[in-house]
Design a protein around this ligand. Sequence first.
Ligand code: ADP
Ligand code: 5GP
Length: 189
Amino acid sequence: MDNRKAILFSAPSGSGKTTIIREILKRFDIFEFSISATSRAPREGEQDGVDYYFLSPETFAQRVENQEFLEWEEVYAGVRYGTLKSEITRIWDNGHVIIFDVDVNGGMNIKKYFGVNALALFVMPPSVEVLEQRLRNRGTESEEAITKRLARSAAELGMADQFDVTIINDDLEHAVDETQRIITNYLCN
Ligand code: ADP
Ligand code: 5GP
């Protein structure tokens, strides 16, 4: 199998991408997570160089200027997220398949860049109400940040049909099994 491939997960915030990705990473050692850079502050428990590369807004801007990003987006006003080109070589040099967790615009850009070498998955919450509930229950965001995330979600949900596959994340176990089946099928063909 050619490992120079990528699986990308996009969805509105709170849909469960991170949770599904963590489960997939536990089940297989062939995958490696592409650590994005962000200008937002770490949440409790998040580690620099594990969950994200946490950069100051100034350092982020400098690295944009240096053309170090494959793609980047200002996902929320004043908060930037981006995929460093160095992540792709790092992970492929390790012989691993890349897993991306990016917003829907980033997902579309990465899919265009990788073409058939990437599988684009959209993680769909069972409903907008459940999405909001999950975001609140996660307890990591301020009310302002929750409002910003929900405000984007309708437009993001409308982009699901541009992805290769949609995974409905209702029952977690079922969603992870389905993701595993789809990824395995993609990598074996
Ligand atoms: P995202 O990475 O898409 O922003 P998370 O993976 O952080 O979303 O999930 C948001 C919250 O919803 C977390 O608290 C997570 O534990 C919870 N969650 C994820 N999937 C499910 C599910 N299938 N059923 C119930 N809760 C879920
Ligand atoms: P969070 O702040 O919840 O970790 O992430 C917020 C949003 O930013 C999520 O939709 C996540 O997928 C997206 N994101 C994370 N890293 C990147 C990236 O490198 N590029 C883009 N375009 N979006 C990203």
